[in-house]
Design a protein around this ligand. Structure first.
Ligand code: CA
Length: 245
């Protein structure tokens, strides 16, 4: 388990803790998730079956559901479809967990209405970052003013970035670039996508400009022998990714 995952996100701006419901039938995984999510400032409830989940959600609607695909009885994907059909849960944020890493399964999960999809095995850091990103997108009121990914934190109000507790100084473009990565952790962006999102569509900048700013961002973030958390994906682009493979 990554030590950074256990660090409490103490500087959440919102007062109420977001409530999460874990629907998962593997007790060890539930405990791992519960521990890490509670340490990160979430209130956690869990159930190991789909029918019970429907009851729990009906009684005390959570802010987000972490839903395992393979469940005994009612499957995760069927539960997801049902939640999307009911008016009161149509917009409930759902992140699907699954052992299936295939692209068509990912598409099926998203087709069934999941907001995001995390393939097992995943690191708690990665999962929590994805949960935060979904909440930020769907329930901005619950979103924190501090974006956290592993040992990296960005305070959007104070415009401050730290890694492993040490301040990081970034230029305005590197700040926007890092913010974009923190809002979509683990996702790979091509240079063109980064240009559109970070520089804007109306600005003409060459694709290799992205490489220059990525290099500066890396230099700033990876001081003192810290691991490189910007991943270069050959022929595809870049992503924020703490996993080492
Ligand atoms: Ca399962």
């Amino acid at each position: 388990m990554n030590a950074a995952a256990n660090r409490p996100a103490a500087r959440r701006a919102a007062v109420d803790k977001p409530r999460l419901l874990i629907v998962e039938d593997e007790p060890a995984l539930v405990e791992l998730l519960r521990y890490n999510l509670e340490q990160s400032g979430f209130e956690v409830d869990s159930t190991d079956n789909g029918e019970r989940a429907l009851t729990v959600i009906g009684e005390t609607p959570p802010d987000l559901v972490l839903l395992d695909w393979m469940l005994p009885g009612l499957s995760g994907i069927e539960l997801c479809r049902r939640l999307r059909r009911q008016p009161d849960t149509r917009n409930l944020p759902i992140v699907m967990l699954t052992a299936r890493g295939e692209e068509h399964d990912r598409v099926r999960g998203l087709d069934a209405g999941a907001d995001d999809y995390v393939a097992k095995p995943f690191s708690p850091v990665e999962l929590i970052a994805r949960v935060r990103a979904v909440l930020r997108r769907i329930r901005p009121a619950l979103a924190e003013a501090v974006l956290i990914y592993g040992d990296l934190s960005m305070d959007l109000v104070a415009h401050r970035v730290t890694r492993d507790g040490q301040p990081i100084h970034l230029g305005p473009t590197e700040f926007r670039l890092l913010r974009h990565f923190l809002e979509h952790p683990g996702r790979v962006f091509s240079r063109e996508q980064l240009l559109d999102s970070v520089w804007g569509r109306d600005v003409y900048v060459e694709a290799r400009t992205v490489d220059v700013h990525i290099r500066r961002l890396r230099l700033a973030l990876n001081r003192d022998g810290l691991t490189d958390i910007i991943r270069t994906v050959r022929a595809a682009g870049y992503s924020l990714d703490a996993r080492r493979d």
